[in-house]
Design a protein around this ligand. Structure first.
Ligand SMILES: O=C(O)c1ccccc1NCC(=O)[C@H](O)[C@H](O)COP(=O)(O)O
Length: 206
């Protein structure tokens, strides 16, 4: 968290999905929140990641710490209902395997943005944080109805190519800056942000 502040990334993701190696209980997330320095104007926004959450699950987290936004793995309808209920920005994750999976204008109401990443398979135990990429050229000519970020399988080594091929203006990374599942590598985080900035866009991490 402190390095994210120092690197001035725009968003930090906190994963509240029990099947994840990055899973945080609300209490652990609170400790992280308290351990970081007092709010500054350019502090990263704290984004809570939830998979098919009920309102109560999100409420339990919000009882422990404030969140600046939500990254949701759920249906559009549920994401819209959650956004209305909590009045928080919602980024809806979309798993992509072909162009037909990319959101279109008609599906964009009451959603703040999209996280576009590889589509999970039936064998996967979770829908994100899998370190898996998709064909980045799929988004090249896509006109997104909302702001979007590219995610899935990004690394310091491939992120510049990913930006070039996908046309993305913001990226999200997790596995690619870890030394083992759930353990971030500070050196890889720094290298990732440096390489992204060399291509002038915004970054996020979970
Ligand atoms: O990180 C997880 O384990 C996770 C579990 C359930 C839903 C989302 C999760 N992570 C999402 C992300 O970290 C990113 O938004 C994205 O999927 C990129 O992940 P990665 O391919 O590991 O860079």
């Amino acid at each position: 968290m402190e390095l994210c502040q120092a690197l001035k990334v725009r968003w930090v993701g906190l994963v509240f999905h029990p099947a994840s190696p990055r899973f945080l209980t609300p209490g652990e997330a609170r400790c992280l929140y308290e351990a970081t320095s007092p709010a500054q104007a350019d502090e990263p926004e704290r984004i809570g990641l939830f998979v098919k959450p009920t309102l109560r699950v999100i409420e339990q987290v919000l009882e422990h710490l404030p969140l600046d936004g939500l990254q949701l793995y759920t249906s559009l309808e549920n994401a819209q209902a959650i956004r209305r209920h909590f009045q928080l920005p919602v980024w809806l994750a979309q798993g992509i395997a072909d162009k037909a999976h990319l959101p279109s204008g008609s599906s964009a109401d009451q959603i703040d943005g999209y996280v576009i990443e590889a589509r999970a398979t039936a064998q996967d135990t979770r829908p994100g944080g899998l370190g898996r990429s998709f064909d980045w050229a799929l988004t090249q000519d896509w006109h997104s109805p909302r702001p979007w970020m590219l995610a899935g399988g990004l690394t310091p080594e491939n992120v510049q190519t990913a930006l070039q091929l996908s046309g993305a203006r913001a990226v999200d990374v997790s596995s690619g800056v870890e030394e083992s599942p759930g353990r971030k590598s500070l050196a890889r985080m720094e290298k990732f942000v440096r390489n992204v900035r060399a291509k002038s866009c915004t970054s996020a991490g979970s």
